[in-house]
Design a protein around this ligand. Structure first.
Ligand SMILES: Cc1cc2nc3c(=O)[nH]c(=O)nc-3n(C[C@H](O)[C@H](O)[C@H](O)COP(=O)(O)OP(=O)(O)OC[C@H]3O[C@@H](n4cnc5c(N)ncnc54)[C@H](O)[C@@H]3O)c2cc1C
Length: 415
């Protein structure tokens, strides 16, 4: 049986509809947001496009079937993520951050929690937002560090039949919602036992838009992803019922790590989307521009070779990401390793390839009138977010390599 990299008929249809949607709707994000002054204004201006994505069923379609959606797994998400990211990273990341926000529920929620919290995300109307709130001011790479490391500093204390949550978070996608009052659902990573070792000290608490206690302190003025909101906010004695813990009290470390597992492969494919946009522009430029010379610049060998190498990298990153997504979907033994390769390789390749393509286009690429500078700014987030490659992802890979029974062929054999 040969290796088959074909998508199913359903995935090809999904790819077509995602491509069409991106080219007709997401293409409007840049002109609608470019000249707005604040991150909040830019984010709010994406709401109509986000609502259209919800109406077109992209969130519902990607929520895994066992929870009432139409998705068959991470590979379906990857098909949409590549098409969306090739046109606009902002609304695309808002959509995929929603799926990350719901991930703890998918992985460890009870049937009762699914019934209570998932309904708004299965609708094809409105603009529902969910977020996984892990990152904190002062750093989160060591969120599960043992003492004397601080790890997660947000605290949840049981008072009678309620958890009372206090702490600060930052960089959490769309966490303060469209109007600063909070996303529809936050999965907040909290310390529930200050004495216990990390494996039993951390819990994930479900926080639907609280009536009081969520304070929006401003948002990152990020160099890329300019219309995607990454706010700073505090939780000041926010109260939720005792049964709001997802996956059990103290089970948060494993749940957070598992939630960020499939997303690593998705960052690999998001990287492909951004590179694709840069490549398409540079190819077109090289075919059509003579730059005062006698022939289109693609005829110069240096230019042709650079374009060829960029395309090689894009193809390699795509198949690695697909393989990693497939391994996650089939629960293969090498799934985490492949996802980490996909995240690290894809994200760093994107930064390198876009930089090389800027050299192909030359000095005009340095002007925001052309898209490459903006694409590079967006791409620079890829190695940094979803667990930075230096502080989180390479460390996870290192841990796998250090494992006593590590077999290098396990990942390659993952089917
Ligand atoms: C657009 C965007 C969206 C985001 N969305 C979310 C979200 O929805 N939810 C969320 O929780 N977060 C989100 N983040 C934050 C993101 O996930 C970060 O990856 C996360 O906060 C960890 O950052 P860091 O890896 O830089 O860790 P930090 O703790 O800030 O570490 C900083 C640096 O210290 C060094 N370092 C620290 N510890 C170690 C170590 N043990 N070993 C080696 N080096 C170390 C590394 O050089 C590392 O880069 C988002 C970020 C962006 C840009």
């Amino acid at each position: 049986m040969p290796i088959d990299f074909n998508l199913t008929a359903e995935q090809k249809a999904l790819q077509r509809s995602a491509r069409e949607f991106a080219r007709s709707v997401l293409v409007q994000v840049a002109p609608a947001t470019r000249y707005l002054a604040t991150p909040e204004q830019r984010f709010l201006a994406t709401r109509p496009m986000f609502e259209q994505a919800i109406r077109a069923g992209f969130l519902r379609r990607l929520i895994p079937a066992p929870f009432g959606g139409g998705g068959s797994g991470v590979l379906d998400m990857a098909v949409v993520a590549e098409e969306f990211h090739a046109v606009d990273v902002n609304v695309s990341l808002t959509l995929f951050a929603n799926l990350l926000g719901l991930m703890p529920l998918f992985l460890a929620g009870t049937p009762d929690q699914h019934a209570r919290y998932l309904a708004p995300f299965l609708q094809t109307s409105g603009a529902p937002l969910a977020a996984l709130a892990n990152s904190e001011p002062g750093g989160s790479a060591n969120f599960a560090a043992p003492a004397p490391g601080e790890g997660v500093r947000t605290r949840a204390v049981l008072e009678g039949e309620e958890w009372v949550i206090s702490g600060a978070k930052q960089w959490v996608s769309a966490a303060t919602g469209w109007d600063g009052s909070g996303a529809d659902l936050l999965c907040v990573v909290c310390r529930t036992d200050p004495e216990a070792p990390p494996e039993r000290a951390i819990s994930v608490l479900l926080v639907p838009k609280p009536e009081r206690g969520l304070i929006h302190d401003g948002s990152a003025d990020s160099m890329g992803h300019r219309a995607h909101l990454t706010p700073r906010f505090r939780l000041d004695r926010v109260r939720v019922p005792r049964d709001s813990v997802v996956g059990g009290v103290g089970a948060g470390k494993a749940l957070v790590e598992a939630s960020f597992s499939g997303t690593a492969a998705l960052v690999g494919i998001m990287s492909v989307g951004v590179m694709r946009a840069a490549f398409d522009f540079a190819l077109d430029f090289a075919r059509s521009e003579r730059r005062g010379g006698t022939e289109p610049i693609i005829r110069h060998q240096a230019v042709g070779y650079a374009l060829g190498e960029a395309k090689t990298a894009i193809e390699a990153a795509r198949y690695l990401a697909w393989k990693a997504c497939h391994a996650v979907d089939t629960n293969a033994a090498g799934a985490l390793e492949l996802s980490l390769h996909s995240k690290i390789f894809g994200s760093e390749t994107a930064v390198r390839v876009i930089t090389e393509l800027m050299k192909v286009v030359g000095v005009d690429s340095y002007d925001h009138r052309l898209p490459l500078a903006g694409l590079l700014q967006d791409a620079l987030a890829l190695p940094l977010f979803d667990g930075g490659n230096m502080g989180v992802r390479r460390r996870q890979l290192h841990e796998i390599l250090l494992g006593g029974g590590y077999d290098p062929l396990t990942a390659s054999a993952s089917a």
